[in-house]
Each structure stands twice: as C-alpha cells, then as structure tokens.
Ligand binder design. Structure first.
Ligand code: HEM
Length: 77
C-alpha cells in the first residue's frame, strides 16, 4: 500500500483504506493488531496523561460508516 512501509511517517498520505479486509482473505493478524493498538494507545495515554483534543475531530461521511479523517491532539495541557 505504501512506499517504505517500515519507516514511521505520520505525514504520509492515507488515501486508501487500512481496514482488515473482507471475506476469505480477512486479515489473520487482526486480533494481534488490535491488541497491539490497545497496548500502544494505553502506553501513549500513560506517557502523556495531558493528551487532549487540539481541535474538533474531522469525520468523513462514508455511506453509513463512521470514519475519522483527522484527530488533532496536543501532548501537553
Ligand atoms: C494494523 C495492522 C494490520 C492491518 C491494517 C492489516 C490489514 C490486512 C488486510 C487489508 C488484509 C487483506 C488483504 C487482501 O484482501 O488481499 C490482510 C490480510 C492478511 N493479514 Fe493483515 N493486517 C494487519 C496486521 C497483520 C498482522 C500483525 C499479521 C500477522 C501476525 C497479519 C497477517 C495477515 C495475513 C496472513 C493475511 C492474509 C489472509 C488471507 O489471505 O487469507 N496482518 N491484512
């Protein structure tokens, strides 16, 4: 999906979906990926307890699904 996928680049374009797929090719790693996200977000909130919205979240209307386009945050109060 992305060039240099091993490089963390929070500025890269996120055009295209990052879901776990559908049907017979549904991601086999979905459970571990969800666990990793939960652990990472927990660590982020522990490290930055003052983490707060920096602006209103932006949402994309996506035919009945609720999808975030942007979630601006600030790390300190
Ligand atoms: C946030 C992390 C991840 C995302 C967004 C993701 C996304 C996806 C998507 C979209 C597909 C379907 C591809 C297709 O339709 O051809 C897929 C398939 C697959 N994923 Fe993941 N994945 C993630 C993490 C992982 C992890 C951690 C593992 C292994 C430990 C894994 C193993 C697989 C495998 C084996 C398939 C192929 C399933 C099949 O073709 O039957 N994924 N993943």
């Amino acid at each position: 999906m992305f060039t240099e996928p091993d490089r963390l680049d929070i500025t890269r374009s996120t055009t295209g979906h990052l879901g776990f797929g559908h049907g017979p090719h549904f991601c086999l790693g979905a459970s571990i990926a969800r666990a990793q996200a939960e652990i990472a977000l927990g660590a982020l909130l522990k490290r930055y307890p003052e983490l707060a919205f920096a602006a209103e979240p932006k949402r994309n209307c996506d035919g009945g699904t609720w999808r975030l386009a942007a979630l601006p945050v600030r790390l300190t109060g």
